[in-house]
Design a binder for this molecule. Structure first.
Ligand code: ADE
Length: 231
């Protein structure tokens, strides 16, 4: 079954409103909505903010039979060409706040784990195709950098760009990626740019987040239409 996850209500509410035959599954701290969207059986959920919430929710999704995971939401743009409203489809994900450097590990590397988790090629291709249908926005194929930090400074952006080659900054994608990769479950992260993670990020985020969350949702709808088995 296809799972669709966002971090906040604004990121999933538009999809939730369209969910057919909805059923609610509740676990400690996690609510999953089961139903169909565009005729595709789905599990839909708001996972909450940050890597721990994202990992917990992903684990429940997998336990409930998710075989593919799409994350939809907003992010701070890091790539210099990105503007508010643009869309990033993940090539891979890194955890920019992991630092085991004192033991000789590269920044972002968890000992014994992959340094970055690659997204599924098929889901990526479908997401890119669907994203290109959203009018008036740039679609970028790039690295998603996750950490338990809201990035709101030029130095922060510069760090993610130079050290990680990140396209965007957010707070969940790499946790979803890590859990899915361990289980061998394909995933993709789709992020719509709500701010450019610099000194105005907090203001831009509050202003544009609900608006641009629609772009990510449009991409998910476009993906569902493409994933619907043709009669
Ligand atoms: N989500 C949206 N904007 C963000 C930012 N600037 N940093 C981290 N997560 C974000």
């Amino acid at each position: 079954m296809l799972a669709i996850m966002g971090a906040m209500d604004e990121e999933i509410e538009l999809l939730l409103a369209d969910l057919q035959a909805p059923e609610t599954l509740t676990f400690s701290g996690v609510t999953l909505h089961k139903g169909t969207l565009e005729g595709v059986p789905v599990l839909l959920t708001r996972g909450g903010i940050g890597k721990v919430n994202a990992a917990l929710t992903t684990a429940y999704l997998l336990m409930q039979g998710a075989t593919q995971v799409i994350f939809t939401g907003v992010a701070g743009g890091v790539h210099p060409e990105l503007r508010v409203g643009d869309i990033v489809v993940s090539t891979d994900c890194v955890q920019h706040d992991v630092d085991v450097g004192a033991l000789g590990y590269e920044l972002g590397s968890i000992p014994g784990e992959l340094p970055a988790w690659p997204a599924d090629e098929t889901l990526r291709a479908v997401a890119l195709e669907a994203a290109r249908d959203v009018e008036g926005v740039r679609v970028l194929d790039g690295r998603v950098a996750s950490g338990d930090q809201f990035i709101a400074s030029r130095e922060g952006v510069q760090r993610l760009w130079t050290l990680f080659g990140a396209a965007c900054a957010e707070m969940e994608g790499a946790a979803v990626a890590q859990v899915c990769s361990k289980a061998g479950v394909p995933f993709v992260i789709i992020r719509s740019v709500s701010d450019t993670a610099d000194h105005d990020a907090n203001v831009d985020y509050r202003t544009f987040m609900p608006l641009v969350a629609r772009h990510a949702k449009q991409v998910v709808r476009g993906m569902l239409a493409r994933l619907t088995p043709q009669a």
